[in-house]
Design a protein around this ligand. Structure first.
Ligand code: GLU
Length: 445
């Protein structure tokens, strides 16, 4: 039998990293077993049934490369089918209608103003074998009769979820741990419909540095934000795959097709997974470094187009050469312009922290700038020479090259961190321009 898995998001207007991880694990299971990946939008709530809430979600899934084989199905379009099941349950006495005061009302067709509740069987246990969590079981006596149809004429989430899993012949429901407690109710509904149970796998909770559940308020949880900052889709899915799963050979950073080959849902563990921004950055930087130069230049295009310099000062040939010097230093595409902007802006940016650190708190900034300006005025304009000059000036005031270079770097580029300074100045900047920038910084000291 071919496995059928589904990603069944309730639209929220954005793709949460936790949902993306769920989507990915379903997708990985489908792709690694030759199964079918179904996308189903659970939009039964009237306020969720809005096209713009769904289009964002689909766009981010596409960006991540998580293509689906069926769907998107929209739960909101299946209301008649949901009603039919509810009325069947009412007709068989497995559910009952109730009024606003929760009093049972006779009848077997749903009517405006009346809700329907599922009648909880007495004295039973409902259990299942979760792939991640093992045996889980609940006593029906601990559960209450629950609403399956609202008095406003719409199905409740658990009912629609159960009916759709049954109708779509879903074999595996891979999803977040927060949904675990709803399973017994869904299983009772499936039993009442005479439908088989899917196999469940509840993925571990994602937590932040404080070991707290990721929250929209505290944490960066939107996939779109990572995309906009210049994370690569392939790095994002690589990192998300590590949240609860690890490859048997412990090689964590690798292309998705290898993950597909190695992935087994049975290997997912249940310990909470730390959503580690530093590690994500590292995974991203590694993928970024590995990009062939042409591809890097093409994909960084949108950030270059958005850069703060005047378009007519940008020189693609200089940028292309700079890529050789900076690609390995970047963490995201979004970092790129910071490393090269001084070459295309009239004046370097004014980065307050860099200025404070080197020009205000750093020792001997004025002496270094004066000495460098004097020597740069007539030395040979070559990287090696420029470096020797600055080393010598530094020596004169008791600073090693690294420290002596800092005020010069801030004067010329605006920042303490950047590309190799001497090569860049020698290859891409006029002597007069470097001297002008040194004088400009010196005047500000
Ligand atoms: N629609 C549910 C949610 O977004 C998920 C349902 C499921 O995976 O069974 O939380």
């Amino acid at each position: 039998m071919i496995d059928r898995v589904r990603f069944a998001p309730s639209p929220t207007g954005f793709l949460h990293v936790g949902s993306a991880r769920t989507a990915l694990f379903n997708w990985l299971h489908a792709r690694s077993t030759g199964g079918t990946f179904v996308l189903r939008v659970e939009d039964t709530d009237a306020e969720r049934n809005r096209p713009e809430l769904v289009s964002n979600l689909l766009a981010e899934l596409e960006w991540l490369g998580l293509d689906w084989d069926e769907g998107p199905y929209h739960q909101s379009e299946r209301r008649e089918r949901h009603r039919e099941v509810v009325e069947d349950l009412l007709g068989r006495g497995l559910a009952y209608l109730c009024d606003a005061d929760n009093r049972e009302v006779d009848g077997s067709s749903v009517t405006d103003g009346l809700a329907a509740r599922f009648r909880m069987p007495v004295g039973q246990r409902v259990g299942f074998d979760d792939i991640v969590r093992g045996e889980v079981s609940f006593a029906t006596d601990d559960l209450e009769d629950f609403v399956i149809w609202r008095s406003n004429g719409s199905p409740m989430f658990l009912l629609a979820n159960a009916v759709d899993d049954a109708d779509m012949r879903i074999t595996h429901a891979i999803r977040g741990e927060d949904l675990l407690s709803g399973v017994p109710k869904v299983l009772l509904l499936l039993d009442a419909m005479g439908a088989p149970h899917p196999t469940y796998a509840h993925l571990p909770l994602l937590v932040n540095e404080q070991r707290k559940k990721l929250s929209k308020r505290r944490d960066d949880v939107s996939i779109a934000d990572y995309r906009e900052r210049g994370y690569l889709a392939e790095a994002m899915v690589n990192y998300l795959a590590l949240l609860g799963w690890g490859p048997p050979d412990d090689v964590e950073i690798r292309p998705l097709h290898e993950i597909v080959e190695l992935f087994r849902i049975e290997d997912v563990n249940k310990a909470p997974a730390f959503f580690d921004l530093k590690k994500l950055e590292h995974v991203n930087a590694t993928h970024l470094r590995a990009l062939p130069k042409d591809e890097f230049i093409e994909r960084v295009g949108p950030w270059i187009d958005d850069a703060p310099w005047p378009a007519d000062r940008f020189d693609p040939a200089i940028f292309s050469t700079m890529v050789d010097l900076v690609q390995e230093k970047l963490r995201t595409f979004g970092d790129t312009t910071r490393f090269v902007d001084f070459l295309f802006l009239e004046d370097p940016v004014d980065d307050a922290d860099s200025w404070e650190k080197t020009m205000v708190k750093g020792r001997s900034a004025a002496e270094v700038l004066d000495g460098t300006a004097a020597a740069f005025a007539d030395c040979a304009w070559e990287a090696g020479v420029l470096k020797d000059v600055v080393a010598e000036v530094g020596e004169g005031v008791g600073l090693k090259l690294g420290k002596a270079q800092a005020p010069l770097r801030v004067a010329v580029t605006g920042r303490t961190v950047g590309p190799p300074l001497f090569e860049t100045m020698a290859d891409f900047m006029e002597r007069s321009e470097v001297l002008r920038r040194i004088a400009r910084a010196r005047a500000r000291l």
